[in-house]
Design a binder for this molecule. Structure first.
Ligand SMILES: NC(=O)c1ccc[n+]([C@@H]2O[C@H](COP(=O)([O-])OP(=O)(O)OC[C@H]3O[C@@H](n4cnc5c(N)ncnc54)[C@H](O)[C@@H]3O)[C@@H](O)[C@H]2O)c1
Length: 348
């Protein structure tokens, strides 16, 4: 498998995006998000997305350089229209606005409609946490879904992820998870590698349990199960329905529905400026004791350490920064093919 370092990944992504007509400043933002997703180990949200993004630009769905228009503006909230620019650019702007407002009045919520795929939510909440905020971000996916409703067979809902992050011990706790049993991108990675997926993640087109990611793409198509799988999926399903309401309806983006175009995100971002809620020393004291409390647990056989949310990504990021990021042959072939089509001679 070809292996790239962080700078090479960034450079590849910038070249492809600029080749597809993305303004350089925006290409740099998106490329950094893709690189960082690879670094933390979420390859499903890394440079493999370049192929999809370029296709979406070609199809006219993604509109590079689209204006970030603030439609409603108040001290503690804003509603914006990203006019289908690349989602990472819009989410980065939303984060800047939320930061300014939350610093000024303690808390702020920013909703974004017509925003394309923002990538990995934990990237934005993590950055906010490192700046002293408690952050929550969630997105829905208007349009046809990939996830079954609890008890259903058909694809009805998006994988609607939610992330929450807070500062902790010099870094942050970062929860970042889909409300489905798996992210769709992870199925695509398994499919491209020719691997099977774990039990309880997907069903085939007739509703039978399956571990073959190919079943998801067949006709009749299979579906991803809601988080919790066959037994506890009512919880993931319930969360997903609520995120369609918060992220989709309140942002004005739209909800999971077969007659709406697919591919965008409705964004809900809320920040709380922690020091306006309690003194920093008090906050840090609570968190330090909490980490001790969790980490001191007796462990199941085969478990070396209890990890906190986000810790696995933080460790992988350090490791991959040293060792590089292996990119599957098929992903690399598709990226090169896309670059060639754009007339870009990739110089990593
Ligand atoms: N923009 C979009 O439309 C979209 C849609 C779906 C998913 N996503 C992104 O896909 C990514 C993958 O989501 P996922 O649900 O597959 O993530 P995941 O299942 O790998 O991780 C979920 C959470 O569990 C934590 N975790 C993992 N292993 C752990 C362990 N052993 N102990 C303690 N905590 C642990 C992680 O830190 C993370 O916070 C996310 O970054 C999400 O934002 C984006």
């Amino acid at each position: 498998m070809p292996t790239f370092n962080a700078d090479q990944l960034l450079s590849i992504a910038v070249q492809v995006l600029e080749g597809a007509g993305v303004p350089p400043a925006d290409a740099a933002v998106v490329a950094a998000e893709l690189r960082d997703a690879n670094l933390v180990g979420h390859d499903s949200h890394g440079v493999m997305r370049l192929v999809q993004y370029v296709q979406m630009i070609d199809d006219g769905f993604v509109k590079p350089g689209g204006e970030f228009e603030v439609l409603r503006d108040a001290p503690a909230f804003a509603v914006a229209d990203a006019h289908f620019n690349l989602g990472q650019v819009a989410a980065t702007r939303a984060l800047e606005i939320a930061r300014e407002k939350a610093r000024a009045v303690g808390t702020a919520t920013v909703m974004v409609r017509n925003c394309n795929h923002v990538g990995r939510l934990g990237s934005y909440t993590h950055r906010a946490a490192l700046d002293g905020f408690a952050a929550q971000m969630a997105v829905n996916s208007p349009g046809p879904g990939g996830v079954a409703a609890f008890g259903g067979i058909d694809k009805k809902l998006g994988t609607s992820p939610i992330s929450m992050a807070v500062p902790a011990a010099g870094d942050a706790f970062v929860l970042d998870m889909t409300t489905s049993a798996t992210a769709e991108g992870k199925l695509r990675v398994a499919f491209q590698k020719g691997e099977r997926v774990a039990d309880g993640l997907i069903i085939d087109g007739e509703g039978n349990p399956s571990t073959d990611p190919g079943d998801f793409y067949k006709d009749p198509p299979g579906a991803i199960l809601p988080l919790g799988g066959p037994l506890l999926g009512h919880k993931g399903y319930g969360l997903s329905v609520m995120l369609d309401m918060f992220c989709g309806v309140l942002s004005g983006s739209g909800v999971a529905r077969d007659d709406l175009p697919r591919g965008a995100n409705g964004v809900w971002l809320t920040l709380l400026d922690i020091e306006q809620f309690l003194p920093k020393g008090e906050y840090d004291g609570w968190v330090a004791r909490y980490i001790e409390h969790i980490k001191s647990s007796r462990r199941m056989p085969g478990v070396d350490e209890i990890l906190l949310p986000g810790e696995i990504e933080q460790r992988r990021s350090k490791q991959r920064a040293l060792e590089g990021v292996p990119i599957p042959e098929e992903t690399w072939r598709q990226i090169r093919e896309t670059a060639e089509r754009l007339g870009v001679e990739l110089a990593p």
